[in-house]
Ligand binder design. Structure first.
Ligand code: 13P
Ligand code: 13P
Ligand code: MG
Ligand code: MG
Length: 373
């Protein structure tokens, strides 16, 4: 029988120090304790706790499938406890992303971000988990297009016959809550027409076209649409599968050789350059950024994350590499250019997106003072 394994990454901003900088150690320790207990009880098989800036990230391998209430409960309870700790320490934004109080069986729509992928394990199954801070789900639109559809990025699309059938992209319209599946290469232009509008369309899943093999799953939370106001950005996670008829790990990392622009950064209201970083630098500083992304490589093995003899998962910190120094340098150059613009567009997000921030409260004050021109 084929081993079916689910990789779940569930994340939440439960409080940070100082400001929106980082998840402090006491909160990471609480997550570690919760997941260790869930592993002992057999709910999950393997786990890894990390953070992307001020977002607490729970990476879990298990055999319960996607959207499982037991798995989501583990995450929910972890976030509740960590938020309590954050409150007791008077950390900044304690419980920031916990937008609902009663758990309803699934954390979707309650604030935390979720990316989940159930796979039938191949002979070897390399997985890359991306997690970013100070940006939103659409931060993956551009690199995922490059990885799965652009023959100038992914050599395998051209020279490996097992990739030649192309890939199918599920695209979510976050304003209307509708989705559509687009096939590449045939519908490449239509795909770009949609996902180029990063403020509205997000890639949610990708499959290999010839056999519907799942190869990418993203979180697609829109906190402002749940809360009805700005509470924080939708700092996203993505799970991408590599090799054997899928893009190679190096092809998956190639788009990050250069920085590119994403929405988020200060107060979730600005365009900012994405900076790929190792876990050590997964913390935001200048203008609450620049938006940062980490990439963790792992192998899935018999329902687990492949581990050492002590059971410690083998996690590869893929952006902890001088090969990404150029992108980091570019990010700072772009950051300087944008910050020189201050609050003038295009440094600040367009008016439509600013509707979901604190700007409308400021404009309200002036409304009555306008006279016919
Ligand atoms: P796979 O066909 O196993 O993915 O190998 C291709 C490769 O890794 C080339 O770099
Ligand atoms: P987070 O969404 O990472 O909490 O950041 C919020 C913010 O306003 C940063 O300036
Ligand atoms: Mg925060
Ligand atoms: Mg964050």
């Amino acid at each position: 029988m084929v081993q079916k394994t689910t990789i779940s990454v569930i994340k939440c901003d439960v409080g940070s120090s100082a400001g929106h900088h980082i998840v402090p150690k006491p909160l990471l320790d609480i997550a570690e304790q919760h997941l260790k207990k869930a592993q002992k009880q057999g709910t999950i098989n393997s786990y890894y706790v990390f953070h992307a800036g001020d977002d607490l990230e729970l990476l879990m391998a298990h055999e319960k499938g996607e959207g499982n209430s037991k798995i989501h409960k583990v995450a929910w309870d972890t976030f509740q406890d960590a938020a309590k700790k954050a409150m007791s320490l008077k950390l900044y934004g304690a419980g920031q992303d916990l937008l609902k109080t009663a758990f309803s069986g699934n954390v979707r729509g309650m604030g935390p971000g979720v990316a989940e992928m159930e796979i039938e394990e191949r002979r070897a199954d390399p997985i890359i988990v991306f997690a970013a801070d100070k940006t939103s789900g659409s931060a993956f639109n551009y690199p995922l297009f490059r990885i799965f559809a652009d023959p100038m990025n992914t050599a395998g699309l051209v020279i490996d016959p097992t990739l030649a059938g192309g890939f199918k992209f599920e695209v979510l319209d976050v304003m209307k809550n509708r989705k559509v599946v687009i096939k590449c290469p045939e519908e490449m232009y239509e795909l770009i027409a949609l996902i180029g509008t990063t403020e509205r369309y997000l890639i949610s899943r990708i499959w290999r076209a010839e056999d519907n093999l799942i190869c990418a799953a993203n979180s697609t939370t829109k906190l402002s649409l749940i809360a009805g106001k700005y509470v924080g950005k939708d700092d996203p996670v993505s799970i991408v599968r590599a090799q054997h008829g899928l893009p190679a790990t190096g092809e998956i990392l190639a788009p990050f050789m250069h920085s590119y622009f994403v929405e988020g950064w200060m107060r979730g209201s600005h365009w900012g350059p994405l900076m790929p970083v190792g876990l050590e630098y997964s913390k935001c500083t200048i203008f609450d950024g620049p938006p940062r992304m980490v990439a963790l490589g792992l192998q899935i093995s018999d329902g687990n994350i492949a581990s050492d003899s002590h059971g410690t998962p083998l996690i590869n910190d893929l952006f902890d590499d001088p090969a990404f120094d150029m992108a980091r340098q570019e990010a700072m150059e772009y950051a300087a250019a944008l910050r020189r613009m201050g609050e003038f567009e295009p440094a600040r997000l367009g008016a439509e997106t600013m509707e979901y921030t604190t700007l409308p409260q400021v404009l309200k004050k002036l409304r009555r003072r306008f006279k016919p021109a």
